[in-house]
Design a protein around this ligand. Structure first.
Ligand code: IMP
Ligand code: MG
Length: 186
């Protein structure tokens, strides 16, 4: 089915980035990262839940040795950030001396990534880089560097390709953005 508009619970979203554009851009990003990682044995930390679709495509578009582990942090309720970050699943891998690439769905205020960087610091990784599917530059409130961002987007709420609205919409193939009609009843 080819849907330009979708409804999730009380909100209406319109298609914003197509699956074809996502596929092209993620592939290009994977090539860039692979080029930069030549000779390294990187550890990728995939941030659950949102990054699972992006990570699956990004990591399969790369060749060469790589290890993958998962962490879970949560800061969002509905369509806005709570401002605090809960660690729901800690990291099990040893990051000491490792080149770490964090794979994240979206960097919004940057609070989650800022918290993660401080969490990893005492374990002494060689370096930590951030690869995000989406970046909202206008929403960023922390001094962090997003080394790789597939798309920069305005400060609007999006779903699909792993991202959710109240746990819905993660399996959408395209990325959708919230419309003004968002507040209509069911
Ligand atoms: P930050 O800590 O404010 O940078 O927010 C990052 C986290 O909030 C992401 O990992 C997402 O899980 C969630 N998030 C931020 N913006 C959106 C959005 O537009 N749609 C869905 N989830 C979002
Ligand atoms: Mg997330």
């Amino acid at each position: 089915m080819n849907m330009d508009k979708i409804r999730i619970k009380d909100k209406v979203f319109r298609r914003y980035i197509s699956k074809a554009e996502i596929a092209r851009t993620v592939k290009r990003l994977a090539q860039r990262i692979q080029e930069d990682l030549k000779g390294e044995q990187p550890l990728f930390i995939v941030m659950l839940n949102g990054a699972f679709v992006f990570a699956a495509d990004l990591l399969r578009a790369m060749e060469g040795p790589c290890e993958i582990d998962f962490m879970r942090m949560k800061s969002y309720e509905g369509t806005s950030t709570t401002g605090k970050v809960d660690l729901l699943q800690p990291l099990h891998s040893d990051v000491k001396g490792r080149t770490v690439i964090v794979v994240e769905d979206i960097v919004d205020s940057g609070t989650t990534m800022w918290t993660l960087l401080h969490y990893l610091e005492p374990y002494k990784p060689k370096c930590v880089k951030i690869a995000a599917l989406l970046l909202k530059p206008k929403a960023l409130r922390h001094d962090i560097k997003v080394d790789y961002a597939a798309f920069e987007i305005p400060d609007d709420f999006v779903v699909g390709y792993g991202l959710d609205y109240d746990e819905r919409g993660r399996n959408l193939k395209d990325i959708y953005t919230l419309t003004e009609e968002g507040q209509t009843d069911k």
